[in-house]
Design a protein around this ligand. Structure first.
Ligand code: GLA
Length: 379
């Protein structure tokens, strides 16, 4: 039975500007929430059933939260796990999780490394709470949604996506220290445009090299700890230790560690560059990040490498790199705002997706994090 009026919650996608595969190594990340979002229009009910329709496909599902109350009994292996999992994690964290009748819509593409999963979790968290803040603060909400994904859905992601979707700030990127969870907004230079170019290679974290990379990072940290006992995770590894470990660590694990250690430095260099309005310096960090993901972390694919090359060669572009978990997905391009339209046209003309199509390329703007939509016309 509906028990209150209709409301709308929105949750943005995110682009990680730099700091890839550093979150689960206790490192630094610099994402921003974007103006592509998932919307969930809903009416709360007084039972524990979620009736959902996906507006785009017409697909309808009925999720009984009591039947699916735990990861052991509730997992189905499809997208409804994000909903049931978020309800489970909210309750575990002491929050509310009531039923609702809802419709999911929005313009956030799936499978392009833009955190559509985290957006769905965050939108559901707000709807399960009747449109009120689901937990005491945004960090608690982000951590609960990450737990839903780790333990209920079964994807071992770090905190990057849920953090960015929860904390987004208009016109700013977000610097997060994934060890201390300290964070702050970093204003984006007014002269910069951030573009997103989809490679057309779909990605999915489950079953991709993602889990393997995590294990390799853990193995690298363990190997380095045998040399330097103070190392708990790759965050603790210095360039000097990496150099000393060159002949004592498996070559592949050494490259994985080198990516993470150098990437953490590049995040901080990008923050300094943004704060100094130095777009060329930020662009160099983007390009070095991509090369490191490609050569040391083996997380890119040829189509994405080609897209980065095409973008980087265009006048007005400072840098470009694979964003998100890798193995496909989208590329983020740092360009002069004044050149943005020409750069978009240049990428469309210069790169074709593996199926021969013109790629989707758009300018994205940093936007606010998940919550109740206040757009005119919605109550
Ligand atoms: C995915 C995961 C994140 C993070 C990135 C790589 O997006 O969900 O936690 O590990 O990959 O930076």
């Amino acid at each position: 039975m509906p028990s209150s009026g209709q409301r709308v919650v929105r949750a943005p996608g995110r682009v990680n500007l730099i700091g890839e595969h550093t979150d689960y190594n206790d490192g630094f990340v610099l994402p921003m929430a974007i103006d592509l979002e998932t919307r969930l229009e809903f009416t709360s009910t007084d039972d524990r059933v979620v009736d959902l329709v996906r507006t785009e496909t017409g697909e309808r599902v009925r999720i009984d939260l009591d039947e699916r109350a735990t990861p052991e009994t509730g997992r189905r292996g499809d997208w409804t796990d994000y909903v049931a999992g978020t309800a489970w994690a909210l309750r575990e964290a002491g929050g509310p999780a009531g039923g609702f009748i809802g419709a999911i819509s929005g313009n956030l593409p799936l499978g392009q490394g833009l955190s559509s999963s985290a957006a769905l979790e965050l939108a559901c968290a707000w709807a399960l709470s009747g449109g009120e803040s689901p937990l005491a603060d945004r960090l608690a909400i982000a951590l609960a949604c990450q737990r839903a994904e780790n333990e209920f859905v079964g994807v071992p992601c770090g905190i990057l996506d849920q953090f960015a979707v929860a904390f987004g700030v208009r016109d700013a990127a977000l610097l997060l220290d994934c060890r201390s969870l300290e964070h702050r907004p970093v204003a984006l230079p007014a002269a910069a445009a951030l573009l997103l170019a989809e490679s057309g290679v779909m990605r999915e974290l489950r079953g991709s090299g993602y889990e393997q990379r995590r294990r390799e990072c853990e193995a690298a940290a363990a190997g380095l700890a045998a040399i330097e006992p103070s190392v708990r995770t790759l965050r603790d590894v210095t360039p000097d230790l990496l150099e000393r470990a060159r002949d004592r660590l498996d070559e592949r694990l050494h490259r994985r560690a080198r990516h993470v250690v150098t990437e953490n430095d590049r995040v901080l260099a990008t923050v300094r560059a943004f704060e100094a309005d130095d777009l060329p310096a930020a662009g160099r960090a983007f390009l070095a990040s991509h090369a490191s993901l490609r050569d040391d972390f083996d997380a890119s694919v040829p189509a994405v490498d080609r897209l980065v090359e095409v973008a980087a060669a265009i006048h007005g572009v400072h840098g470009a790199r694979l964003t998100g978990g890798g193995f496909g997905g989208a590329v983020v391009v740092l360009a002069d705002a004044a050149a943005a339209d020409a750069v978009i046209a240049g990428i469309r003309a210069g790169y074709a997706t593996p199926s021969g199509h013109e790629p989707v390329v758009r300018r994205v703007r940093a936007s606010d994090g998940a919550g109740l939509a206040t757009a005119p016309g919605w109550t």
